[in-house]
Design a binder for this molecule. Structure first.
Ligand code: GAP
Length: 517
């Protein structure tokens, strides 16, 4: 199935099974804003817990905070967001559609890359074991031609971004004959900068009120609390402050479902280090974060680092963790070495000294910062994309059945256990409730007595429940139940008093953390 179709099915599945709804749907929706539904919120909370515990529980030198969304407006002047948090926009005059010029160019480069990958895959199949990919890439004329075109666009693109040359960005679009996907024409306006911050008024009277911003990143809430946390927590460098919270950006190109939203959630860590030691910590956090992703057990080849072509105004090194979504490799997380830019700016704009006295060096300095920043919603989409599986099952009578199953890591699954009485009578529902009442303080359980057992299994497969337990007449006699495992569909008879131990081992985040470096 084409990846585009897989993605459409995934989006439909998210709605049908109560994971994600379009915001304000009964009013025809609000673009690029989404609500998490009854299953979605559980999965999202589990993702946040997986991140939070991996930072705050596993590192004795990392503490968490929860700062306000509204902050003093000067913070955004100091951070550079008022002047430089812009996207380069271009409009197609025929379709009247607005695009990000950099995204149009990146999409063009992705097309060259896809063509190259296709050639490589074809050759791999043709030559089998003896295939030498490196040599093929260096000699195949079609691959070389596409690589040269891509390199040429890439070089011009990086230079244009570096110089903030908007005319050159437009020229790259014209020279490469990039057309509007809607109108199909190349009738473009000039490229202009557009600030992404939402603003509102604080205060009750028009002239007594002041313009404030909805934060476009949670990081600044950490920077402005650096001194308070360092002093009250008696933190010694190196140490980190973690935060999970909402952020807002007036994104122009809102597409790919929850990948690019106007209201979204970030999980950010600012790690404060000695000046000169930032590269060591940058490498350390790159490794730690990648192992956090990989501990979930998804395919290794779905991850890669992508170093930034153009560094943000605050960074001296930056890389993205990219994941292969159904629409290609895209950024899930950014890891940045932010130097002392933010703290120095806040020191200057606030007039307050923001320094650390290092007893070992016997001197004071403004700490350097390594940041890891991941979007909760992108992580959610990553988990759902990898978990969504369509399977054909051969039945005993030779017929083929189909099932859609979310192969979620058990620790992230919204419901851990479904308990099903075989029938609605003979005391089976009461026995099922008894099991739930015993386990519900530790695990999210669901009771289900409607329809055939087969249908009930399918419903649980579709929401990713790792365990289903069936209570039958034998259960009343010997206190055993049938446990059915989601991925293998294997079933076994177990004692009811063993359920807690079986579940505990499988759904605990501890097992994931043990796999991390
Ligand atoms: N404090 C650094 C920072 O905000 P960023 O690369 O702009 O860096 C970090 O954002 C992460 O936030 C991204 O890797 C992505 O996962 C998430 N993110 C950014 N913009 C987003 C959007 N419009 N919708 C959903 N997630 C977004």
């Amino acid at each position: 199935m084409a990846q585009e179709d897989v993605f459409k099915k995934l989006v439909a599945h998210c709605k049908e099974y109560g994971f994600v709804f379009q915001s304000s749907e009964i009013y025809d929706g609000l673009s690029a804003v989404y609500d998490y539904a009854q299953m979605g919120v559980e999965l999202k909370n589990n993702i946040k817990k997986y991140w939070w515990d991996s930072m705050v529980l596993l590192h004795e030198n990392v503490v968490g905070i929860d700062s306000a969304i509204f902050m003093h407006p000067t913070i955004w002047k100091a951070s550079g967001h008022v002047d430089a948090f812009n996207d380069p926009l271009i409009d197609n005059k025929d379709s009247k559609k607005r695009y990000r010029a950099d995204v149009l160019i990146e999409d063009l480069m992705a097309k060259f890359e896809a063509k190259i990958d296709k050639e490589v895959e074809k050759a791999k199949k043709k030559f089998g074991e003896s295939f030498d990919e490196e040599q093929f890439r260096a000699t195949n004329p079609r691959v070389k031609a596409n690589q040269e075109k891509m390199d040429a666009v890439h070089k011009r693109f990086v230079e244009a971004l570096d110089k903030n040359d908007l005319e050159e960005l437009k020229q790259i679009i014209i020279d490469n004959e990039i057309a509007c996907p809607i109108s199909g024409t190349k009738n473009w306006t000039d490229v202009r900068q557009f600030n992404l911050m939402f603003s509102t008024e604080m205060g009750s009277t028009a002239d007594g009120s002041s313009k404030i911003y909805l934060r476009p990143e949670t990081a600044q809430g950490i920077f402005v609390n650096y001194l308070n946390v360092q002093k009250t927590g008696r933190m010694k460098i190196p140490f980190g402050i973690a935060q999970i919270g909402k952020a807002f950006r007036n994104e122009i190109v809102a597409r790919q479902f929850i990948f690019r939203m106007r209201e979204f959630e970030q999980m950010e860590l600012q790690f404060f280090v000695r000046p000169g030691e930032e590269m060591k910590w940058f490498e350390k956090w790159k490794e730690t974060r990648m192992s956090w992703h990989k501990a979930l057990g998804f395919s290794e080849d779905k991850y890669r680092f992508h170093d930034h072509d153009k560094l943000a105004h605050y960074a001296n090194a930056a890389t993205d963790v990219e994941f292969k979504f159904p629409f290609g490799f895209k950024e899930v997380e950014g890891i940045h070495s932010r130097t002392d830019f933010d703290l120095s700016q806040h020191q200057e704009f606030s007039g307050k000294k923001i320094q650390y006295f290092d007893p070992e060096l016997n001197k004071s300095y403004v700490p350097y910062v390594v940041e890891t920043s991941i979007g909760v919603d992108r992580m959610f989409l990553q988990v759902m994309s990898e978990a969504y599986t369509e399977e054909k099952i051969e039945k005993e009578d030779g017929k083929v059945d189909e099932r859609v199953v979310l192969k979620l890591p058990a620790a992230l699954a919204p419901i851990k256990l479904a308990v099903m009485p075989l029938t609605k009578k003979d005391g089976l529902p009461e026995k099922a409730r008894e099991i739930i009442n015993d386990l519900k303080f530790d695990f999210n359980c669901q009771y289900d007595e409607k329809d055939s057992i087969g249908k009930r299994y399918r419903r649980q497969d579709a929401i990713g429940t790792p365990f289903c337990v069936t209570v039958d007449h034998q259960s009343l006699e010997d206190n055993t139940v049938t446990i059915r495992y989601r991925d293998t569909m294997a079933q076994e008879r177990v004692a009811i008093d063993k359920l807690y131990d079986i579940m505990k081992k499988e759904v605990s985040m501890k097992e994931l953390f043990k796999k991390m470096k």
